[in-house]
Structures are given as C-alpha cells and as structure tokens.
Ligand binder design. Structure first.
Ligand SMILES: NC(=O)c1ccc[n+]([C@@H]2O[C@H](COP(=O)([O-])OP(=O)(O)OC[C@H]3O[C@@H](n4cnc5c(N)ncnc54)[C@H](O)[C@@H]3O)[C@@H](O)[C@H]2O)c1
Ligand SMILES: N[C@H](CO)Cc1c[nH]c[nH+]1
Ligand SMILES: [Zn+2]
Length: 441
C-alpha cells in the first residue's frame, strides 16, 4: 500500500535530497494550465462566468453568489450545539495565540535627531478561502478570520464552494462559522474562480458590482486554488501556498506504531494527493507501521481516498541511519506538518529548520493543530516552508518605515550619502542632500 525508500548508508544533505524525496510531481505547475482559462473567463464574464463555472466544477448553478444575511443567521441558529461549542473553543485558543502576534510600532533613534519608526498597517480588504470540495472546512474559516481580525483588517470576505445538497450555498457549518465570527460578506464561489473573483472583482450581468476586488487572498485549498493564487500573485497579495495536506513523522524505535499510523491516515483522508511520510531510524518500526496501516485503512470511513493517498508517489516509509539523517530528510522535504516522535523529541524538534508547523511528542498530533491547539492550520505545502511560514497576524500587516531626521542629523551624514550616490553614478541623489546642507548645487 505504501512504498519504501531506503536511504541508509548514504551521506544525507538536506539540499541534495529535494529530488529524491517523495512528492507529487509538479502538481501546482500542472494545474496552472487548467486555471489560466478559468481566470480569463472570470475576468471577462463576471457573475455569469462564475455561475457557469460552478455548474461545471461544483455541479450546481447558485442562485445567490453573495450569501444572503438570513442564510448566515439561519446557519448559526441551526448549528449543532456540540459543533458550536467546539468552534468557540477553537476560536478562543486561536485568538489567544494570534493576539500575542500583534506587532507594536518600534522607533529606533539612529543618531541624536534621527529616527526610524516602523509602523504596522493592516491590509484593508482581504479575501479568505474556506475549502469545500472533498470535505468542508469551517475550521479554516476560524484559521483565516482570527488572524485577520487580530491584525485589524477592516473588510473580510469569505469564499467557499457552493454545495449542491445545500441549494448552491456553501456548507451550513462554514456559514455558521462566518456568522459566529461576524463576517457578513460571504460568496458561494470556490476553486480557481473564487481566487480570480477576489483578485479581479466581478460584476453582475446588469453591471452592478457583485464583489469588489480585495488586496490580499489567503487560505488553503486544493491544487487549483493554489495554482490560481500563484497565477494571480502580484495582482493581489497572497499568503503561503497552502495546497494539499502533508504530514511527515520523524520516529525512532520507541515510537508507538498505532499512533504514527493513525496520524498518517488522518492527513491522508484529506485528498487523493495528500502526502503521508514516515522517516525512521528503525526498520522494525517501519514494519510495525506498515502492519498498522493495513489494519487501520480498511476500517476508516474514507478508506479509498486514504489508500490512494498512501499509495501515491507522494507517500512513503523512509529509512535513515541516525538522527542526523532524520533531520536532513525533514529539512530537505520541508513538510507542512512535521511530527517528532523520538526519545528526545523536543531536542530534535528544536533543530528542525524547515516545516510549516512542528508537533512534539506523542500527545501533540497534527489533528490537534488542525482544530484546537491554538496554532494556525493554514500552512505552506510542497516544500514552500523553505521560504514561507503559516498564516499569522503578520501575514495581514505591512511594515511602513517612517524616517525623521533633523537638519543637524542630516548634515552630519551628508558626506556619506554623497559618496555613495557618486559611487553609484547617481549624483542627483547627492545634490538633493547638499541642496539642504550646503556645499553643493
Ligand atoms: N495546507 C493547508 O493549510 C491546508 C489546510 C486545509 C486543507 N488543505 C487542503 O485543502 C484541500 C481542499 O480541497 P477540496 O478539493 O476539498 O476543496 P477546495 O475548496 O480547495 O476545492 C474545490 C474546488 O476545486 C475546483 N475544482 C475541482 N476539480 C476541478 C478541476 N478538475 N478543474 C478545475 N477546478 C476544479 C472546484 O471549483 C471546487 O469548487 C485539500 O487538498 C486539503 O488537503 C490544506
Ligand atoms: N490538516 C489541514 C491542514 O493541512 C487542516 C484541517 C482542517 N480540518 C482538518 N484538517
Ligand atoms: Zn487535517
């Protein structure tokens, strides 16, 4: 069901491992070809195109692309009390963590009379994607909305695919989560077309505005959503590429195979192309995990999806010689979720350089982080954790430097500015200084 990759007896270096490690090949790149015409269709066709695309990809033609206020209120009213309590707890924990991420302005006195202040300004209008294809994700509403609110974003727009079984509206739990968090602008639009609508804006057939463009699009989604974000970056700001889920588990012989297998199955159930990778120093543990997977997969609700994900080229049991091998593979792969289940899990976790989020020890499974750890579950995938982090308050803030120098402080540094300007053959830069301080034209 799952292949093995034996890297024992080899010198392992993170950078050189990238091509060797299991990963779905160039997935987002391939999806770009599908997504390009979809984006053009939305650009030229507005609301009509969005309805056509919903019919094609979601099997329903939504009557209301903008979710009516009554539907939001009704969804919250009808929400199962246990789910409501769980969402509220998830919000409470996420808010505690994200409130701590708020940035205060810093002022540095560079010299007497010369200061640089860094102010943090929230993005004005953001579009937040809550997936809803294979599964539905009210938890992603929480993970998008809470950091945006804590950052002070004024206008929040949520998009989520229309559901045929719910009359072309997004799933009621998604709507309830929006209502709970006070989000009023919600659209029944999913996939690449949702990202296009947010980035470009869209009008109704009569010319009235359906959705004004946003400044930034964030949130997780499948490869089409990730590809649309990649395509439209620049037109609109985006967060990390948060595509199909990945879990990598680093484990030694002491790890519990039942728990390791359960965590692999838990993330494999997201998507046929989800990745579950065990990296271990223990061939015996790999054997035990394989037996456990054979036992657990048939018993799980989404067995077919899980089996497909585990059998895909993106999943594997990887054998290495030692702890350094575990680290090299972890850093070379840059997993969205990295679990560490070794004797000194905290020590090893502290040395990891590339991962979206790290889960330490047997009582910190990825599923906890998915819902209720307080951490964010919108995390970089496909190895992009090498250069980006998960969603946070920082994602929604822009740093603005405010420079204020007195005449005396400017005069003091003027010769240096003039020297650098001349070295770059940009003398007018120097003259803009000497026009103030004297000694030049
Ligand atoms: N990285 C993260 O932070 C994170 C968090 C949560 C979920 N996820 C991932 O989000 C994904 C959710 O995927 P999903 O599919 O359930 O929901 P989704 O909302 O991301 O995608 C559904 C949409 O995809 C579009 N689509 C489907 N097939 C298409 C095709 N052939 N061509 C063009 N467009 C098509 C449709 O418009 C549909 O509305 C999963 O892969 C899950 O692992 C990632
Ligand atoms: N594992 C997903 C992040 O990749 C998040 C999630 C939401 N619901 C369940 N899981
Ligand atoms: Zn998950």
């Amino acid at each position: 069901m799952i292949r093995r990759l034996d890297l024992r007896g080899r010198a392992l270096h993170a950078r050189e491992l990238r091509g060797t490690l299991p990963r779905a090949e160039a997935d987002v790149e391939k999806a770009l070809a599908v997504v390009r015409p979809v984006v053009e269709q939305v650009r030229t066709g507005g609301a009509g195109a969005l309805r056509d695309l919903a019919e094609r990809f979601d099997g329903v033609r939504p009557e209301h692309l903008r979710v009516p206020a009554e539907a939001l209120a009704r969804a919250l009213l009808q929400l199962d009390p246990a789910v409501r309590a769980a969402l509220e707890e998830s919000v409470r924990r996420a808010r505690r963590v994200h409130a701590d991420q708020r940035r205060r302005p810093t002022t540095t006195q560079v010299v007497p009379g010369g200061t640089v202040t860094e102010r943090w300004v929230p993005v004005a209008r953001v579009g937040l994607y809550a997936p809803g294809g294979v599964a539905v994700y009210p938890s992603s509403v929480v993970m998008n909305v809470v950091p945006a609110q804590e950052a002070g974003v004024a206008e929040l727009v949520v998009v989520s695919p229309p559901q045929r079984e719910h009359g072309g509206l997004p799933h009621p739990t998604v709507l309830a989560a929006c209502a709970m968090l006070g989000v009023e602008e919600v659209y029944a639009v999913g996939g690449a077309q949702a990202v296009a609508m947010l980035a470009l804006g869209a009008s109704e057939e009569d010319g009235s505005v359906l959705c004004a463009p946003v400044d930034m699009v964030t949130g997780p989604g499948n490869r089409y959503v990730a590809a649309a974000k990649r395509l439209l970056r620049g037109v609109v700001g985006i967060d990390a590429e948060a595509g199909p889920t990945e879990v990598m588990v680093l484990a030694d012989d002491g790890a519990d195979a039942v728990l390791v297998a359960a965590d692999m199955v838990s993330q494999a159930e997201h998507d046929d192309v989800a990745a579950a990778v065990l990296v271990t120093t223990s061939p015996a543990l790999a054997d035990r995990v394989e037996v456990e997977l054979e036992r657990q997969v048939p018993a799980t609700k989404h067995a077919e999806r899980v089996r497909t994900a585990l059998a895909g080229p993106q999943s594997a049991l990887v054998l290495v010689d030692d702890e350094e091998g575990l680290l090299a593979v972890a850093d070379g792969y840059g997993a969205e979720h990295l679990e560490v289940q070794t004797v000194d899990a905290a020590g090893l976790a502290a040395r990891v350089r590339s991962a979206g989020a790290v889960f330490v020890g047997p009582s910190s499974p990825v599923s906890l982080g998915d819902y209720c750890a307080g951490s964010n579950h919108v995390l970089p995938t496909g190895g992009t954790s090498r250069f980006s982090g998960g969603l946070s308050v920082q994602t929604f803030l822009r740093g603005v430097h405010v420079v204020e120098y007195s005449a005396a402080a400017l005069a003091e540094v003027a010769p240096h500015v003039v020297a650098l300007a001349e070295a770059e053959d940009l003398p007018a830069h120097g003259q803009a200084i000497t026009a103030r301080t004297g000694g030049g034209a």
